[in-house]
Ligand binder design. Sequence first.
Ligand code: GDP
Ligand code: MN
Length: 379
Amino acid sequence: MNLHEYQARDLLKAAGVPLPDGDVATTPDEAEAIARRIGGAVVVKAQVHAGGRGKAGGVKLAANAAEARERAAAILGMTIKGLVVGRVLVVPAAEIASESYVGLILDRASQKPVFMVSAAGGVDIEEVAATSPEKIVRLPVDPRYGLLPHQSLRLALSLYREFPQVRAAQRIMQQLYGAFMANGCSLAEINPMVTTPAGAVMALDAKMVIDDNELDRRPDLAALRDESGEAPSEVAARRAGLTFIKLDGNVGCVVNGAGLAMATMDLVKYYGGEPANFLDIGGSSNPEKVINALKIITADPRVKVILFNIFGGITRTDDVANGIVAATRQLKVGVPIVIRLTGTNEAQAIAILEGVGMTALNDMDAAVSRAVELAREAA
Ligand code: GDP
Ligand code: MN
Protein backbone atom coordinates (compact mmCIF):
# COMPACT_ATOMS: atom_id res chain seq x y z
CA MET A 1 0.00 0.00 0.00
CA ASN A 2 1.36 3.36 -1.04
CA LEU A 3 1.36 6.27 1.39
CA HIS A 4 1.16 9.91 0.45
CA GLU A 5 4.09 12.15 1.28
CA TYR A 6 2.18 13.86 4.12
CA GLN A 7 1.38 10.46 5.67
CA ALA A 8 4.94 9.18 5.33
CA ARG A 9 6.19 12.43 6.86
CA ASP A 10 4.10 11.76 9.97
CA LEU A 11 5.61 8.29 10.37
CA LEU A 12 9.13 9.60 9.80
CA LYS A 13 8.58 12.46 12.25
CA ALA A 14 7.41 9.96 14.86
CA ALA A 15 10.75 8.22 14.35
CA GLY A 16 12.59 11.51 14.89
CA VAL A 17 13.51 12.49 11.32
CA PRO A 18 13.95 16.28 11.05
CA LEU A 19 11.27 17.53 8.64
CA PRO A 20 10.00 21.06 8.17
CA ASP A 21 6.49 21.63 9.59
CA GLY A 22 3.63 21.66 7.17
CA ASP A 23 0.02 20.77 6.56
CA VAL A 24 -2.32 19.54 3.83
CA ALA A 25 -4.97 21.57 2.04
CA THR A 26 -7.81 20.59 -0.28
CA THR A 27 -8.64 24.17 -1.36
CA PRO A 28 -6.59 27.24 -2.33
CA ASP A 29 -8.06 29.03 0.71
CA GLU A 30 -6.72 26.39 3.06
CA ALA A 31 -3.33 26.46 1.34
CA GLU A 32 -3.16 30.22 1.81
CA ALA A 33 -4.04 29.92 5.50
CA ILE A 34 -1.34 27.31 6.07
CA ALA A 35 1.23 29.43 4.22
CA ARG A 36 0.29 32.47 6.32
CA ARG A 37 0.71 30.46 9.50
CA ILE A 38 4.13 29.21 8.32
CA GLY A 39 5.22 32.71 7.20
CA GLY A 40 7.70 33.43 4.40
CA ALA A 41 8.32 31.31 1.32
CA VAL A 42 6.64 27.91 1.04
CA VAL A 43 6.54 24.95 -1.33
CA VAL A 44 3.15 23.66 -2.52
CA LYS A 45 3.27 19.94 -3.35
CA ALA A 46 0.74 17.68 -5.09
CA GLN A 47 -0.20 14.63 -2.98
CA VAL A 48 -0.66 11.76 -5.42
CA HIS A 49 0.70 8.21 -5.56
CA ALA A 50 3.23 9.01 -8.26
CA GLY A 51 6.90 9.84 -8.41
CA GLY A 52 8.29 12.65 -10.54
CA ARG A 53 5.80 15.22 -9.29
CA GLY A 54 8.47 17.90 -9.51
CA LYS A 55 9.05 17.33 -13.23
CA ALA A 56 5.29 17.14 -13.86
CA GLY A 57 4.78 20.62 -12.38
CA GLY A 58 3.27 19.36 -9.15
CA VAL A 59 5.87 20.95 -6.84
CA LYS A 60 6.01 24.77 -6.85
CA LEU A 61 7.74 27.43 -4.79
CA ALA A 62 5.67 30.37 -3.54
CA ALA A 63 7.17 33.55 -2.08
CA ASN A 64 4.23 34.31 0.19
CA ALA A 65 0.73 33.26 1.21
CA ALA A 66 -1.01 34.96 -1.73
CA GLU A 67 1.28 33.17 -4.15
CA ALA A 68 0.75 29.88 -2.30
CA ARG A 69 -2.95 30.29 -2.98
CA GLU A 70 -2.29 30.72 -6.73
CA ARG A 71 0.04 27.73 -6.84
CA ALA A 72 -2.48 25.57 -4.98
CA ALA A 73 -5.24 26.65 -7.38
CA ALA A 74 -3.04 25.55 -10.30
CA ILE A 75 -1.95 22.22 -8.78
CA LEU A 76 -5.29 21.11 -7.29
CA GLY A 77 -7.20 19.31 -10.03
CA MET A 78 -4.22 18.77 -12.29
CA THR A 79 -3.51 15.25 -13.53
CA ILE A 80 -0.15 13.59 -12.82
CA LYS A 81 0.40 10.17 -14.40
CA GLY A 82 -3.34 9.64 -14.67
CA LEU A 83 -4.07 10.68 -11.09
CA VAL A 84 -6.10 13.79 -10.26
CA VAL A 85 -4.61 15.92 -7.48
CA GLY A 86 -7.10 16.37 -4.65
CA ARG A 87 -4.73 17.54 -1.92
CA VAL A 88 -1.60 19.62 -1.62
CA LEU A 89 1.01 19.72 1.10
CA VAL A 90 2.26 23.19 2.09
CA VAL A 91 5.69 23.28 3.75
CA PRO A 92 8.27 25.99 4.43
CA ALA A 93 10.68 26.38 1.52
CA ALA A 94 14.18 25.26 2.35
CA GLU A 95 17.33 26.69 0.81
CA ILE A 96 19.19 23.88 -0.86
CA ALA A 97 22.97 23.52 -1.05
CA SER A 98 23.03 19.84 -2.09
CA GLU A 99 20.55 17.03 -2.73
CA SER A 100 21.21 13.39 -1.91
CA TYR A 101 19.14 10.22 -2.09
CA VAL A 102 18.53 7.84 0.80
CA GLY A 103 16.36 4.79 0.21
CA LEU A 104 15.67 1.56 2.00
CA ILE A 105 14.00 -1.39 0.26
CA LEU A 106 13.15 -4.94 1.23
CA ASP A 107 15.37 -6.97 -1.08
CA ARG A 108 13.98 -10.40 -1.86
CA ALA A 109 17.30 -11.75 -3.18
CA SER A 110 19.26 -11.10 0.03
CA GLN A 111 16.12 -11.34 2.19
CA LYS A 112 17.21 -8.20 3.99
CA PRO A 113 16.44 -4.50 4.08
CA VAL A 114 18.99 -2.86 1.79
CA PHE A 115 20.06 0.78 1.98
CA MET A 116 20.70 2.59 -1.26
CA VAL A 117 22.23 6.03 -0.98
CA SER A 118 23.66 8.48 -3.47
CA ALA A 119 25.21 11.91 -3.37
CA ALA A 120 23.55 12.48 -6.76
CA GLY A 121 20.00 12.75 -5.37
CA GLY A 122 17.03 14.81 -6.51
CA VAL A 123 14.64 14.51 -9.41
CA ASP A 124 17.09 12.67 -11.70
CA ILE A 125 17.83 9.70 -9.46
CA GLU A 126 16.16 7.22 -11.86
CA GLU A 127 18.53 8.35 -14.58
CA VAL A 128 21.50 8.06 -12.22
CA ALA A 129 20.42 4.50 -11.41
CA ALA A 130 20.14 3.65 -15.10
CA THR A 131 23.25 5.34 -16.49
CA SER A 132 25.74 5.48 -13.61
CA PRO A 133 24.74 2.85 -11.05
CA GLU A 134 28.20 3.09 -9.47
CA LYS A 135 27.04 6.39 -7.94
CA ILE A 136 24.61 4.45 -5.76
CA VAL A 137 26.04 2.77 -2.67
CA ARG A 138 24.18 -0.36 -1.54
CA LEU A 139 24.32 -1.88 1.91
CA PRO A 140 22.25 -4.81 3.24
CA VAL A 141 21.25 -4.66 6.92
CA ASP A 142 20.93 -7.77 9.03
CA PRO A 143 17.61 -7.30 10.83
CA ARG A 144 18.88 -9.28 13.82
CA TYR A 145 21.36 -6.51 14.63
CA GLY A 146 19.80 -3.51 12.93
CA LEU A 147 21.78 -0.73 11.27
CA LEU A 148 25.16 -0.75 13.02
CA PRO A 149 27.07 2.52 13.62
CA HIS A 150 29.96 1.55 11.33
CA GLN A 151 27.47 0.85 8.54
CA SER A 152 25.63 4.16 8.84
CA LEU A 153 29.03 5.88 9.06
CA ARG A 154 30.13 4.29 5.80
CA LEU A 155 26.89 5.30 4.11
CA ALA A 156 27.01 8.85 5.46
CA LEU A 157 30.66 9.27 4.42
CA SER A 158 29.64 8.43 0.87
CA LEU A 159 27.37 11.50 0.98
CA TYR A 160 29.18 14.16 3.02
CA ARG A 161 32.66 15.31 4.08
CA GLU A 162 31.77 17.74 6.89
CA PHE A 163 31.57 15.81 10.11
CA PRO A 164 28.45 17.47 11.58
CA GLN A 165 26.64 16.56 8.35
CA VAL A 166 27.98 13.02 8.43
CA ARG A 167 26.66 12.63 11.97
CA ALA A 168 23.28 14.16 11.05
CA ALA A 169 22.96 11.86 8.04
CA GLN A 170 23.83 8.84 10.19
CA ARG A 171 21.07 9.81 12.60
CA ILE A 172 18.52 10.23 9.81
CA MET A 173 19.40 6.83 8.33
CA GLN A 174 19.04 5.23 11.75
CA GLN A 175 15.62 6.88 12.13
CA LEU A 176 14.59 5.89 8.61
CA TYR A 177 15.53 2.30 9.37
CA GLY A 178 13.50 2.50 12.61
CA ALA A 179 10.43 3.78 10.76
CA PHE A 180 10.86 1.14 8.03
CA MET A 181 10.93 -1.72 10.56
CA ALA A 182 8.26 -0.31 12.88
CA ASN A 183 5.74 0.07 10.07
CA GLY A 184 6.32 -3.07 8.01
CA CYS A 185 7.57 -1.17 4.98
CA SER A 186 8.71 -2.66 1.71
CA LEU A 187 10.16 0.73 0.76
CA ALA A 188 11.05 3.95 2.59
CA GLU A 189 12.77 6.75 0.76
CA ILE A 190 13.97 10.30 1.33
CA ASN A 191 14.70 12.07 -1.95
CA PRO A 192 16.01 14.62 -1.67
CA MET A 193 17.75 14.68 1.66
CA VAL A 194 19.30 18.13 1.50
CA THR A 195 21.99 20.21 3.10
CA THR A 196 21.20 23.89 3.58
CA PRO A 197 23.73 26.70 3.07
CA ALA A 198 23.83 26.95 6.90
CA GLY A 199 24.94 23.31 7.05
CA ALA A 200 21.79 21.63 8.34
CA VAL A 201 20.71 18.25 6.95
CA MET A 202 17.00 17.54 6.45
CA ALA A 203 14.45 15.50 4.56
CA LEU A 204 12.46 17.38 1.90
CA ASP A 205 10.43 14.47 0.56
CA ALA A 206 9.17 11.18 1.98
CA LYS A 207 7.90 8.06 0.29
CA MET A 208 6.78 4.85 1.96
CA VAL A 209 5.18 1.64 0.78
CA ILE A 210 3.65 -0.57 3.46
CA ASP A 211 3.58 -4.34 2.94
CA ASP A 212 -0.12 -5.26 2.63
CA ASN A 213 0.45 -8.18 4.99
CA GLU A 214 1.14 -5.66 7.78
CA LEU A 215 -2.30 -4.11 7.57
CA ASP A 216 -4.37 -6.73 9.38
CA ARG A 217 -2.50 -6.13 12.60
CA ARG A 218 -2.11 -2.38 12.11
CA PRO A 219 -5.52 -0.74 11.65
CA ASP A 220 -3.82 2.63 12.18
CA LEU A 221 -1.84 2.07 8.99
CA ALA A 222 -4.73 0.43 7.12
CA ALA A 223 -6.72 3.63 7.75
CA LEU A 224 -4.19 5.56 5.65
CA ARG A 225 -5.28 3.86 2.43
CA ASP A 226 -6.40 6.24 -0.32
CA GLU A 227 -8.48 4.27 -2.79
CA SER A 228 -8.71 7.17 -5.23
CA GLY A 229 -5.21 6.29 -6.41
CA GLU A 230 -5.90 2.59 -6.98
CA ALA A 231 -7.33 0.57 -9.89
CA PRO A 232 -11.13 0.30 -9.29
CA SER A 233 -11.01 -3.45 -9.98
CA GLU A 234 -8.42 -3.96 -7.23
CA VAL A 235 -10.53 -1.94 -4.77
CA ALA A 236 -13.62 -4.04 -5.57
CA ALA A 237 -11.63 -7.27 -5.24
CA ARG A 238 -10.23 -6.33 -1.86
CA ARG A 239 -13.74 -5.55 -0.60
CA ALA A 240 -14.93 -8.95 -1.84
CA GLY A 241 -12.07 -10.73 -0.05
CA LEU A 242 -10.35 -11.78 -3.29
CA THR A 243 -6.65 -11.60 -3.98
CA PHE A 244 -6.58 -9.83 -7.33
CA ILE A 245 -3.95 -8.07 -9.39
CA LYS A 246 -4.89 -6.39 -12.64
CA LEU A 247 -2.66 -7.13 -15.66
CA ASP A 248 -2.69 -6.08 -19.30
CA GLY A 249 -3.67 -9.25 -21.20
CA ASN A 250 -7.06 -10.55 -22.42
CA VAL A 251 -7.39 -13.98 -20.76
CA GLY A 252 -9.35 -13.51 -17.52
CA CYS A 253 -8.26 -16.10 -14.94
CA VAL A 254 -10.26 -17.44 -11.97
CA VAL A 255 -8.19 -19.87 -9.93
CA ASN A 256 -8.17 -21.29 -6.42
CA GLY A 257 -4.85 -21.01 -4.63
CA ALA A 258 -2.00 -18.61 -5.32
CA GLY A 259 0.39 -21.30 -6.56
CA LEU A 260 -2.09 -22.69 -9.06
CA ALA A 261 -2.94 -19.13 -10.13
CA MET A 262 0.73 -18.48 -10.89
CA ALA A 263 1.06 -21.79 -12.74
CA THR A 264 -2.07 -20.98 -14.76
CA MET A 265 -0.69 -17.59 -15.77
CA ASP A 266 2.60 -19.22 -16.78
CA LEU A 267 0.74 -21.74 -18.91
CA VAL A 268 -1.35 -19.00 -20.56
CA LYS A 269 1.91 -17.34 -21.57
CA TYR A 270 3.39 -20.67 -22.64
CA TYR A 271 0.56 -21.06 -25.14
CA GLY A 272 1.16 -17.55 -26.44
CA GLY A 273 -1.59 -15.73 -24.53
CA GLU A 274 -1.50 -12.95 -21.95
CA PRO A 275 -3.36 -13.14 -18.62
CA ALA A 276 -5.70 -10.22 -17.84
CA ASN A 277 -5.28 -10.69 -14.13
CA PHE A 278 -4.04 -12.72 -11.22
CA LEU A 279 -6.97 -13.93 -9.15
CA ASP A 280 -7.03 -16.33 -6.24
CA ILE A 281 -10.57 -17.05 -5.00
CA GLY A 282 -9.09 -18.75 -1.96
CA GLY A 283 -9.50 -22.13 -0.32
CA SER A 284 -13.13 -22.13 0.68
CA SER A 285 -15.30 -21.27 -2.28
CA ASN A 286 -18.73 -19.92 -1.62
CA PRO A 287 -20.67 -19.13 -4.80
CA GLU A 288 -20.70 -15.43 -3.82
CA LYS A 289 -16.94 -15.24 -4.37
CA VAL A 290 -17.27 -16.63 -7.86
CA ILE A 291 -19.98 -14.09 -8.69
CA ASN A 292 -17.82 -11.22 -7.42
CA ALA A 293 -14.82 -12.54 -9.32
CA LEU A 294 -16.76 -12.68 -12.58
CA LYS A 295 -18.17 -9.19 -12.01
CA ILE A 296 -14.70 -7.76 -11.57
CA ILE A 297 -13.16 -9.58 -14.53
CA THR A 298 -15.98 -8.89 -17.00
CA ALA A 299 -15.88 -5.17 -16.13
CA ASP A 300 -12.60 -5.05 -18.11
CA PRO A 301 -13.50 -4.60 -21.80
CA ARG A 302 -10.16 -6.08 -22.85
CA VAL A 303 -11.06 -9.53 -21.50
CA LYS A 304 -11.94 -11.87 -24.41
CA VAL A 305 -12.29 -15.17 -22.56
CA ILE A 306 -12.63 -16.34 -18.97
CA LEU A 307 -10.66 -19.33 -17.80
CA PHE A 308 -11.60 -21.18 -14.63
CA ASN A 309 -8.94 -23.46 -13.23
CA ILE A 310 -10.15 -25.13 -10.04
CA PHE A 311 -8.37 -27.89 -8.17
CA GLY A 312 -10.83 -29.22 -5.63
CA GLY A 313 -9.31 -30.00 -2.27
CA ILE A 314 -10.89 -28.00 0.52
CA THR A 315 -12.53 -26.09 -2.30
CA ARG A 316 -15.63 -27.97 -3.40
CA THR A 317 -15.88 -27.94 -7.17
CA ASP A 318 -19.71 -28.18 -6.96
CA ASP A 319 -19.69 -24.88 -5.00
CA VAL A 320 -17.70 -23.30 -7.79
CA ALA A 321 -20.02 -24.78 -10.43
CA ASN A 322 -23.03 -23.34 -8.57
CA GLY A 323 -21.25 -19.98 -8.44
CA ILE A 324 -20.64 -20.07 -12.19
CA VAL A 325 -24.28 -20.92 -12.89
CA ALA A 326 -25.56 -18.20 -10.54
CA ALA A 327 -23.14 -15.62 -11.93
CA THR A 328 -23.99 -16.29 -15.56
CA ARG A 329 -27.68 -15.91 -14.67
CA GLN A 330 -27.09 -12.60 -12.85
CA LEU A 331 -24.56 -11.07 -15.21
CA LYS A 332 -24.51 -10.82 -18.93
CA VAL A 333 -21.14 -12.46 -19.55
CA GLY A 334 -20.45 -11.56 -23.16
CA VAL A 335 -17.34 -13.71 -23.58
CA PRO A 336 -16.78 -17.48 -23.70
CA ILE A 337 -16.01 -19.31 -20.46
CA VAL A 338 -13.58 -22.23 -20.37
CA ILE A 339 -13.80 -24.35 -17.25
CA ARG A 340 -11.31 -26.83 -15.96
CA LEU A 341 -12.11 -28.50 -12.68
CA THR A 342 -11.03 -31.61 -10.92
CA GLY A 343 -11.13 -33.00 -7.38
CA THR A 344 -13.68 -32.80 -4.56
CA ASN A 345 -17.27 -33.41 -5.77
CA GLU A 346 -16.18 -33.30 -9.38
CA ALA A 347 -19.04 -35.54 -10.60
CA GLN A 348 -21.65 -33.25 -9.01
CA ALA A 349 -19.94 -30.19 -10.46
CA ILE A 350 -19.98 -31.62 -13.97
CA ALA A 351 -23.67 -32.54 -13.59
CA ILE A 352 -24.52 -28.98 -12.44
CA LEU A 353 -22.71 -27.44 -15.40
CA GLU A 354 -24.13 -29.87 -17.94
CA GLY A 355 -27.60 -29.11 -16.54
CA VAL A 356 -27.25 -25.58 -17.97
CA GLY A 357 -25.48 -26.63 -21.14
CA MET A 358 -21.91 -25.87 -20.04
CA THR A 359 -18.99 -28.28 -20.19
CA ALA A 360 -15.99 -28.75 -17.97
CA LEU A 361 -12.58 -30.01 -18.98
CA ASN A 362 -10.49 -32.15 -16.70
CA ASP A 363 -7.08 -31.42 -18.17
CA MET A 364 -5.33 -28.13 -17.37
CA ASP A 365 -3.27 -28.08 -20.59
CA ALA A 366 -6.34 -28.61 -22.74
CA ALA A 367 -8.30 -25.89 -20.95
CA VAL A 368 -5.55 -23.26 -21.07
CA SER A 369 -4.68 -23.85 -24.73
CA ARG A 370 -8.40 -23.69 -25.60
CA ALA A 371 -8.82 -20.38 -23.71
CA VAL A 372 -5.79 -18.86 -25.44
CA GLU A 373 -7.14 -19.98 -28.81
CA LEU A 374 -10.55 -18.39 -28.14
CA ALA A 375 -8.90 -15.15 -27.03
CA ARG A 376 -6.83 -15.08 -30.22
CA GLU A 377 -9.91 -15.64 -32.40
CA ALA A 378 -11.79 -12.83 -30.65
CA ALA A 379 -8.92 -10.34 -30.76
P1 GDP B 1 9.14 14.42 -6.51
O1 GDP B 1 9.58 15.08 -7.79
O2 GDP B 1 7.78 13.82 -6.64
O3 GDP B 1 10.13 13.47 -5.95
O4 GDP B 1 8.96 15.63 -5.45
P2 GDP B 1 10.03 16.26 -4.42
O5 GDP B 1 9.34 16.51 -3.14
O6 GDP B 1 11.25 15.44 -4.32
O7 GDP B 1 10.37 17.66 -5.08
C1 GDP B 1 11.03 17.75 -6.31
C2 GDP B 1 12.12 18.77 -6.27
O8 GDP B 1 11.61 20.03 -5.89
C3 GDP B 1 13.22 18.48 -5.26
O9 GDP B 1 14.19 17.58 -5.74
C4 GDP B 1 13.80 19.86 -5.03
O10 GDP B 1 14.77 20.15 -6.02
C5 GDP B 1 12.60 20.77 -5.21
N1 GDP B 1 12.13 21.18 -3.89
C6 GDP B 1 11.32 20.49 -3.05
N2 GDP B 1 11.18 21.15 -1.88
C7 GDP B 1 11.94 22.26 -1.98
C8 GDP B 1 12.24 23.35 -1.09
O11 GDP B 1 11.79 23.43 0.04
N3 GDP B 1 13.07 24.33 -1.57
C9 GDP B 1 13.60 24.28 -2.81
N4 GDP B 1 14.40 25.26 -3.20
N5 GDP B 1 13.34 23.28 -3.67
C10 GDP B 1 12.53 22.28 -3.26
MN1 MN C 1 11.31 13.29 -4.37
